[in-house]
Design a protein around this ligand. Structure first.
Ligand SMILES: [Zn+2]
Length: 422
Protein backbone atom coordinates (compact mmCIF):
# COMPACT_ATOMS: atom_id res chain seq x y z
CA UNK A 1 0.00 0.00 0.00
CA UNK A 2 2.79 2.40 0.89
CA UNK A 3 4.39 1.95 -2.53
CA UNK A 4 1.14 2.73 -4.25
CA UNK A 5 0.75 5.94 -2.23
CA UNK A 6 4.30 6.98 -3.11
CA UNK A 7 3.77 6.17 -6.79
CA UNK A 8 0.55 8.19 -7.00
CA UNK A 9 2.14 11.10 -5.20
CA UNK A 10 5.21 11.08 -7.46
CA UNK A 11 3.00 10.91 -10.54
CA UNK A 12 1.02 14.00 -9.50
CA UNK A 13 4.17 15.76 -8.33
CA UNK A 14 5.87 15.21 -11.70
CA UNK A 15 2.80 16.34 -13.62
CA UNK A 16 2.63 19.54 -11.60
CA UNK A 17 6.33 20.18 -12.23
CA UNK A 18 5.92 19.51 -15.94
CA UNK A 19 3.00 21.97 -16.28
CA UNK A 20 4.75 24.67 -14.27
CA UNK A 21 8.03 24.27 -16.14
CA UNK A 22 6.45 24.12 -19.60
CA UNK A 23 4.32 27.22 -19.03
CA UNK A 24 7.40 29.16 -17.98
CA UNK A 25 9.38 28.00 -21.05
CA UNK A 26 6.47 28.87 -23.35
CA UNK A 27 6.28 32.32 -21.83
CA UNK A 28 10.04 32.90 -22.21
CA UNK A 29 9.93 31.95 -25.89
CA UNK A 30 6.81 33.95 -26.55
CA UNK A 31 8.24 37.12 -24.99
CA UNK A 32 11.54 36.77 -26.90
CA UNK A 33 9.67 36.25 -30.18
CA UNK A 34 7.49 39.37 -29.63
CA UNK A 35 10.63 41.38 -29.02
CA UNK A 36 12.31 40.24 -32.24
CA UNK A 37 9.13 41.17 -34.11
CA UNK A 38 9.23 44.50 -32.26
CA UNK A 39 5.60 43.88 -31.33
CA UNK A 40 4.21 46.25 -28.68
CA UNK A 41 0.45 46.14 -27.89
CA UNK A 42 -1.18 48.95 -29.90
CA UNK A 43 -2.13 51.22 -27.03
CA UNK A 44 1.35 51.10 -25.53
CA UNK A 45 3.30 51.81 -28.70
CA UNK A 46 3.05 55.57 -28.12
CA UNK A 47 3.28 55.37 -24.34
CA UNK A 48 6.47 53.40 -23.89
CA UNK A 49 9.86 54.14 -25.45
CA UNK A 50 11.72 51.36 -27.30
CA UNK A 51 14.36 51.47 -24.56
CA UNK A 52 11.76 51.02 -21.80
CA UNK A 53 10.11 48.19 -23.71
CA UNK A 54 13.48 46.48 -24.12
CA UNK A 55 14.16 46.83 -20.42
CA UNK A 56 10.76 45.32 -19.52
CA UNK A 57 11.51 42.35 -21.81
CA UNK A 58 14.96 41.89 -20.24
CA UNK A 59 13.38 41.97 -16.77
CA UNK A 60 10.71 39.44 -17.74
CA UNK A 61 13.29 37.10 -19.29
CA UNK A 62 15.62 37.38 -16.29
CA UNK A 63 12.75 36.54 -13.93
CA UNK A 64 11.64 33.63 -16.12
CA UNK A 65 15.13 32.13 -16.36
CA UNK A 66 15.48 32.44 -12.62
CA UNK A 67 12.03 30.83 -12.11
CA UNK A 68 13.30 27.85 -14.12
CA UNK A 69 15.98 27.18 -11.50
CA UNK A 70 13.91 28.02 -8.42
CA UNK A 71 11.28 25.57 -9.68
CA UNK A 72 13.84 22.75 -9.95
CA UNK A 73 15.47 23.71 -6.66
CA UNK A 74 12.14 23.87 -4.78
CA UNK A 75 11.10 20.45 -6.13
CA UNK A 76 14.41 18.93 -5.00
CA UNK A 77 13.97 20.36 -1.50
CA UNK A 78 10.42 18.95 -1.26
CA UNK A 79 11.62 15.50 -2.36
CA UNK A 80 14.51 15.55 0.11
CA UNK A 81 12.18 16.52 2.98
CA UNK A 82 9.68 13.80 2.08
CA UNK A 83 12.00 10.91 1.25
CA UNK A 84 15.30 11.38 3.10
CA UNK A 85 13.93 10.22 6.46
CA UNK A 86 14.10 13.81 7.71
CA UNK A 87 10.42 13.81 8.80
CA UNK A 88 10.80 10.73 11.02
CA UNK A 89 14.03 12.04 12.48
CA UNK A 90 12.53 15.48 13.20
CA UNK A 91 9.54 13.80 14.84
CA UNK A 92 11.83 11.92 17.26
CA UNK A 93 13.98 14.95 18.02
CA UNK A 94 10.87 17.08 18.70
CA UNK A 95 9.56 14.49 21.15
CA UNK A 96 12.89 14.67 22.99
CA UNK A 97 12.89 18.48 23.11
CA UNK A 98 9.30 18.69 24.40
CA UNK A 99 9.67 15.84 26.94
CA UNK A 100 10.61 17.85 30.07
CA UNK A 101 7.78 20.37 29.64
CA UNK A 102 4.16 20.19 30.82
CA UNK A 103 1.61 19.42 28.06
CA UNK A 104 4.50 17.82 26.19
CA UNK A 105 2.13 15.99 23.84
CA UNK A 106 1.19 19.34 22.25
CA UNK A 107 4.72 20.65 22.69
CA UNK A 108 6.00 17.75 20.60
CA UNK A 109 3.63 18.65 17.76
CA UNK A 110 4.41 22.36 17.95
CA UNK A 111 8.20 21.81 17.88
CA UNK A 112 7.78 19.41 14.95
CA UNK A 113 5.67 21.82 12.85
CA UNK A 114 7.80 24.87 13.62
CA UNK A 115 11.01 22.87 13.07
CA UNK A 116 9.87 21.89 9.62
CA UNK A 117 8.86 25.48 8.91
CA UNK A 118 12.41 26.47 9.82
CA UNK A 119 13.87 23.85 7.44
CA UNK A 120 11.86 25.33 4.53
CA UNK A 121 12.75 28.90 5.54
CA UNK A 122 16.46 28.11 5.52
CA UNK A 123 16.17 26.25 2.25
CA UNK A 124 14.51 29.33 0.72
CA UNK A 125 17.27 31.74 1.73
CA UNK A 126 19.63 31.23 -1.29
CA UNK A 127 16.94 31.91 -3.91
CA UNK A 128 15.52 34.75 -1.85
CA UNK A 129 18.96 36.37 -1.53
CA UNK A 130 19.60 36.11 -5.27
CA UNK A 131 16.16 37.45 -6.11
CA UNK A 132 16.58 40.50 -3.84
CA UNK A 133 20.25 41.38 -4.18
CA UNK A 134 20.89 39.93 -7.64
CA UNK A 135 17.90 40.16 -9.91
CA UNK A 136 15.91 43.03 -8.39
CA UNK A 137 19.08 45.02 -7.76
CA UNK A 138 20.23 44.58 -11.38
CA UNK A 139 17.06 46.28 -12.61
CA UNK A 140 17.26 49.05 -10.04
CA UNK A 141 14.33 47.89 -7.91
CA UNK A 142 16.06 46.67 -4.77
CA UNK A 143 16.55 49.30 -2.05
CA UNK A 144 17.06 46.81 0.78
CA UNK A 145 20.35 46.73 2.68
CA UNK A 146 21.82 43.49 4.02
CA UNK A 147 21.24 44.81 7.55
CA UNK A 148 17.55 45.42 6.90
CA UNK A 149 17.24 41.99 5.26
CA UNK A 150 18.58 40.28 8.39
CA UNK A 151 16.40 42.39 10.72
CA UNK A 152 13.33 41.54 8.59
CA UNK A 153 14.07 37.82 8.79
CA UNK A 154 14.51 37.96 12.57
CA UNK A 155 11.25 39.89 13.01
CA UNK A 156 9.44 37.37 10.81
CA UNK A 157 10.85 34.55 12.93
CA UNK A 158 9.69 36.19 16.18
CA UNK A 159 6.22 36.73 14.68
CA UNK A 160 6.05 33.12 13.47
CA UNK A 161 6.77 31.96 17.03
CA UNK A 162 4.41 34.45 18.72
CA UNK A 163 1.53 33.60 16.40
CA UNK A 164 2.42 30.02 15.45
CA UNK A 165 2.77 28.53 18.95
CA UNK A 166 -0.67 29.51 20.32
CA UNK A 167 -2.29 28.78 16.94
CA UNK A 168 -0.85 25.26 16.71
CA UNK A 169 -1.61 24.63 20.35
CA UNK A 170 -5.32 25.32 19.88
CA UNK A 171 -5.57 23.34 16.62
CA UNK A 172 -3.79 20.30 18.11
CA UNK A 173 -5.92 20.53 21.24
CA UNK A 174 -9.15 20.66 19.18
CA UNK A 175 -8.02 17.61 17.19
CA UNK A 176 -7.39 15.84 20.46
CA UNK A 177 -10.39 16.90 22.53
CA UNK A 178 -13.30 17.40 20.16
CA UNK A 179 -13.81 13.86 18.97
CA UNK A 180 -15.18 12.97 15.58
CA UNK A 181 -16.23 16.48 14.58
CA UNK A 182 -13.01 18.24 15.55
CA UNK A 183 -12.66 19.52 11.98
CA UNK A 184 -15.77 21.69 12.33
CA UNK A 185 -14.39 23.20 15.54
CA UNK A 186 -11.00 23.71 13.89
CA UNK A 187 -12.73 25.40 10.97
CA UNK A 188 -14.54 27.80 13.32
CA UNK A 189 -11.31 28.54 15.17
CA UNK A 190 -9.19 29.10 12.04
CA UNK A 191 -11.85 31.34 10.49
CA UNK A 192 -12.07 33.46 13.65
CA UNK A 193 -8.29 33.57 13.81
CA UNK A 194 -8.10 34.85 10.22
CA UNK A 195 -10.56 37.65 11.02
CA UNK A 196 -8.53 38.58 14.09
CA UNK A 197 -5.37 38.74 11.95
CA UNK A 198 -7.11 41.05 9.46
CA UNK A 199 -7.93 43.39 12.36
CA UNK A 200 -4.52 43.35 14.07
CA UNK A 201 -2.35 43.28 10.94
CA UNK A 202 -2.65 46.97 9.98
CA UNK A 203 -2.45 48.30 13.55
CA UNK A 204 0.11 46.02 15.19
CA UNK A 205 2.06 43.95 12.69
CA UNK A 206 2.60 46.09 9.58
CA UNK A 207 3.94 49.08 11.58
CA UNK A 208 6.71 46.84 12.89
CA UNK A 209 8.11 46.55 9.37
CA UNK A 210 7.19 49.93 7.88
CA UNK A 211 6.53 53.49 8.88
CA UNK A 212 2.93 54.64 8.32
CA UNK A 213 2.25 58.36 8.32
CA UNK A 214 -1.07 60.04 7.68
CA UNK A 215 -1.04 61.29 4.08
CA UNK A 216 -0.03 64.92 4.27
CA UNK A 217 -2.54 67.70 3.69
CA UNK A 218 -2.95 68.61 0.06
CA UNK A 219 -4.87 68.02 -3.12
CA UNK A 220 -4.36 64.23 -3.21
CA UNK A 221 -5.61 63.78 0.34
CA UNK A 222 -8.58 66.10 -0.11
CA UNK A 223 -9.67 64.42 -3.30
CA UNK A 224 -9.34 60.90 -1.88
CA UNK A 225 -11.39 61.92 1.18
CA UNK A 226 -14.03 63.54 -1.03
CA UNK A 227 -14.15 60.38 -3.15
CA UNK A 228 -14.46 58.12 -0.08
CA UNK A 229 -17.24 60.33 1.21
CA UNK A 230 -19.12 60.27 -2.09
CA UNK A 231 -18.88 56.48 -2.37
CA UNK A 232 -19.72 55.91 1.30
CA UNK A 233 -16.38 54.28 2.08
CA UNK A 234 -15.65 54.64 5.80
CA UNK A 235 -11.99 54.59 6.70
CA UNK A 236 -9.90 55.10 9.81
CA UNK A 237 -7.35 57.02 7.76
CA UNK A 238 -5.21 57.41 4.67
CA UNK A 239 -1.57 56.53 5.18
CA UNK A 240 1.66 56.85 3.26
CA UNK A 241 3.99 53.88 3.73
CA UNK A 242 7.76 53.96 3.27
CA UNK A 243 7.79 51.16 0.67
CA UNK A 244 10.90 52.75 -0.86
CA UNK A 245 12.86 51.39 2.12
CA UNK A 246 12.83 47.97 0.43
CA UNK A 247 11.88 48.31 -3.21
CA UNK A 248 11.19 50.82 -5.97
CA UNK A 249 8.08 48.85 -6.98
CA UNK A 250 4.92 50.82 -6.28
CA UNK A 251 1.54 49.83 -4.92
CA UNK A 252 -1.59 50.87 -3.02
CA UNK A 253 -4.04 48.81 -1.00
CA UNK A 254 -6.61 48.97 1.71
CA UNK A 255 -6.59 46.70 4.69
CA UNK A 256 -8.54 45.85 7.82
CA UNK A 257 -12.28 45.42 8.26
CA UNK A 258 -15.02 47.58 9.74
CA UNK A 259 -13.70 50.58 11.62
CA UNK A 260 -10.04 49.55 11.37
CA UNK A 261 -10.10 49.84 7.57
CA UNK A 262 -7.30 52.03 6.27
CA UNK A 263 -6.03 53.11 2.89
CA UNK A 264 -2.31 52.68 2.33
CA UNK A 265 -0.33 54.32 -0.47
CA UNK A 266 3.31 53.45 -1.06
CA UNK A 267 5.54 56.53 -1.06
CA UNK A 268 6.87 55.27 -4.40
CA UNK A 269 3.36 55.48 -5.86
CA UNK A 270 2.74 58.98 -4.51
CA UNK A 271 6.00 60.09 -6.07
CA UNK A 272 5.44 58.48 -9.47
CA UNK A 273 1.83 59.44 -10.10
CA UNK A 274 -0.10 62.60 -10.81
CA UNK A 275 -2.97 63.43 -8.44
CA UNK A 276 -5.52 62.31 -11.07
CA UNK A 277 -3.82 58.94 -11.45
CA UNK A 278 -3.51 58.45 -7.68
CA UNK A 279 -7.23 59.17 -7.22
CA UNK A 280 -8.04 56.66 -9.99
CA UNK A 281 -6.00 53.95 -8.25
CA UNK A 282 -7.86 54.62 -5.01
CA UNK A 283 -11.22 54.58 -6.81
CA UNK A 284 -10.25 51.13 -8.12
CA UNK A 285 -9.35 49.94 -4.61
CA UNK A 286 -12.59 51.28 -3.16
CA UNK A 287 -14.37 49.47 -6.01
CA UNK A 288 -13.05 46.17 -4.62
CA UNK A 289 -14.56 47.10 -1.32
CA UNK A 290 -17.91 48.38 -2.63
CA UNK A 291 -18.42 45.27 -4.76
CA UNK A 292 -17.62 43.02 -1.79
CA UNK A 293 -14.74 41.28 -3.58
CA UNK A 294 -12.73 40.72 -0.43
CA UNK A 295 -15.67 39.16 1.34
CA UNK A 296 -16.36 36.94 -1.66
CA UNK A 297 -12.74 35.76 -1.80
CA UNK A 298 -12.79 35.02 1.94
CA UNK A 299 -15.94 32.93 1.52
CA UNK A 300 -14.44 30.91 -1.35
CA UNK A 301 -11.27 30.31 0.67
CA UNK A 302 -13.36 29.28 3.68
CA UNK A 303 -15.15 26.66 1.60
CA UNK A 304 -11.79 25.23 0.49
CA UNK A 305 -10.58 25.28 4.09
CA UNK A 306 -13.64 23.37 5.30
CA UNK A 307 -13.25 20.74 2.56
CA UNK A 308 -9.52 20.48 3.30
CA UNK A 309 -10.10 19.96 7.03
CA UNK A 310 -12.72 17.31 6.33
CA UNK A 311 -10.29 15.42 4.07
CA UNK A 312 -7.64 15.77 6.77
CA UNK A 313 -10.04 14.22 9.30
CA UNK A 314 -10.40 11.19 6.99
CA UNK A 315 -6.63 10.83 6.53
CA UNK A 316 -6.10 10.70 10.30
CA UNK A 317 -7.40 7.13 10.36
CA UNK A 318 -5.26 5.93 7.50
CA UNK A 319 -1.87 4.70 8.83
CA UNK A 320 -0.32 3.66 5.45
CA UNK A 321 -0.12 7.32 4.47
CA UNK A 322 2.07 8.11 7.48
CA UNK A 323 4.22 5.02 7.02
CA UNK A 324 4.82 5.87 3.36
CA UNK A 325 6.69 9.00 4.44
CA UNK A 326 8.48 7.48 7.41
CA UNK A 327 6.18 8.86 10.10
CA UNK A 328 4.27 7.38 13.02
CA UNK A 329 0.55 8.37 12.88
CA UNK A 330 -0.16 11.45 15.03
CA UNK A 331 -2.16 14.64 14.78
CA UNK A 332 0.83 16.86 14.09
CA UNK A 333 2.20 14.42 11.48
CA UNK A 334 -1.20 14.54 9.76
CA UNK A 335 -1.14 18.36 9.72
CA UNK A 336 2.33 18.42 8.19
CA UNK A 337 1.70 15.66 5.65
CA UNK A 338 -1.50 17.33 4.63
CA UNK A 339 0.19 20.66 3.97
CA UNK A 340 3.07 18.98 2.09
CA UNK A 341 0.90 16.68 -0.01
CA UNK A 342 -2.00 19.01 -0.77
CA UNK A 343 0.19 20.92 -3.29
CA UNK A 344 -0.64 18.72 -6.27
CA UNK A 345 -4.37 19.16 -5.52
CA UNK A 346 -4.48 22.88 -4.72
CA UNK A 347 -2.23 23.55 -7.73
CA UNK A 348 -5.22 23.08 -9.99
CA UNK A 349 -7.38 25.44 -7.92
CA UNK A 350 -4.91 28.28 -8.57
CA UNK A 351 -6.14 29.06 -12.11
CA UNK A 352 -9.76 29.16 -10.93
CA UNK A 353 -8.92 31.55 -8.13
CA UNK A 354 -6.98 33.68 -10.63
CA UNK A 355 -9.93 33.68 -13.01
CA UNK A 356 -12.17 34.96 -10.22
CA UNK A 357 -9.57 37.53 -9.20
CA UNK A 358 -9.21 38.80 -12.80
CA UNK A 359 -12.97 39.23 -13.00
CA UNK A 360 -12.83 41.31 -9.83
CA UNK A 361 -10.09 43.48 -11.33
CA UNK A 362 -12.21 44.23 -14.40
CA UNK A 363 -15.15 45.10 -12.12
CA UNK A 364 -13.02 47.41 -9.94
CA UNK A 365 -11.63 49.17 -13.05
CA UNK A 366 -15.17 49.57 -14.34
CA UNK A 367 -16.23 50.98 -10.96
CA UNK A 368 -13.37 53.52 -11.04
CA UNK A 369 -14.31 54.67 -14.55
CA UNK A 370 -17.97 55.10 -13.61
CA UNK A 371 -17.21 56.88 -10.35
CA UNK A 372 -14.79 59.32 -11.98
CA UNK A 373 -16.99 59.53 -15.10
CA UNK A 374 -13.77 59.38 -17.08
CA UNK A 375 -11.56 56.50 -18.20
CA UNK A 376 -8.40 58.51 -18.89
CA UNK A 377 -6.99 58.75 -15.32
CA UNK A 378 -7.34 54.96 -14.81
CA UNK A 379 -5.73 54.26 -18.21
CA UNK A 380 -2.85 56.60 -17.42
CA UNK A 381 -2.39 55.14 -13.96
CA UNK A 382 -2.16 51.66 -15.50
CA UNK A 383 0.38 52.80 -18.10
CA UNK A 384 2.37 54.46 -15.37
CA UNK A 385 2.36 51.37 -13.13
CA UNK A 386 3.20 49.08 -16.06
CA UNK A 387 6.13 51.14 -17.31
CA UNK A 388 7.60 51.94 -13.88
CA UNK A 389 7.33 48.32 -12.70
CA UNK A 390 8.64 46.94 -16.03
CA UNK A 391 5.60 44.65 -16.25
CA UNK A 392 5.51 42.09 -19.04
CA UNK A 393 3.43 43.58 -21.88
CA UNK A 394 3.25 40.39 -23.92
CA UNK A 395 2.82 37.30 -21.72
CA UNK A 396 1.96 33.97 -23.37
CA UNK A 397 -1.86 33.67 -23.17
CA UNK A 398 -1.69 30.29 -21.40
CA UNK A 399 0.85 31.59 -18.91
CA UNK A 400 -1.22 34.66 -18.01
CA UNK A 401 -4.45 32.63 -17.88
CA UNK A 402 -2.81 30.25 -15.45
CA UNK A 403 -0.73 32.53 -13.27
CA UNK A 404 -2.03 36.10 -13.48
CA UNK A 405 -4.26 37.41 -10.70
CA UNK A 406 -4.67 40.61 -12.76
CA UNK A 407 -5.54 40.85 -16.45
CA UNK A 408 -2.62 42.10 -18.57
CA UNK A 409 -2.35 45.92 -18.80
CA UNK A 410 -3.39 45.80 -22.48
CA UNK A 411 -6.50 43.75 -21.62
CA UNK A 412 -7.45 46.12 -18.81
CA UNK A 413 -7.03 49.20 -20.96
CA UNK A 414 -9.14 47.77 -23.81
CA UNK A 415 -11.88 46.97 -21.26
CA UNK A 416 -11.71 50.50 -19.81
CA UNK A 417 -12.00 52.03 -23.27
CA UNK A 418 -15.30 50.29 -23.97
CA UNK A 419 -16.58 50.75 -20.41
CA UNK A 420 -19.55 53.20 -20.16
CA UNK A 421 -18.52 56.43 -18.42
CA UNK A 422 -21.59 56.94 -16.29
ZN1 LIG B 1 -7.42 45.56 -7.97
Amino acid sequence: MEWLIIAVFLGLFTLEFFIEFTLNELNLRYVSARRSEKFIPAYFSEKISPAEFDKSVEYTLAKGRFARWTEIYGRCIALIVLFSGLLGWLDQVSAGIAQPFPLNLYGHGIVFCLGLGLVFSFAGIPTDLYSTFGLEARFGFNKMTVGLYIVDKLKALILALLIGIPFLFVVLWLMDAMGHYWWIWAFAFISGFQLLMIVIFPTFIAPWFNKFEPLKEGELRNRILALADRIGFKTSGIYAMDGSKRSAHSNAYFTGIGKTKRIVLFDTLIEQMTVDQGVAVLAHEMGHYKMKHIRRMLIVQSIFLLIGLYILSLLLDYPPLFLAFGLIPSHHAALVLFSLLSGPATFYLGPFMNLLSRRHEYEADHFAVQTLRDGKPMEEALVNLTVKNLANLTPHPWYSAYHYSHPTPAERISAIQISPKS
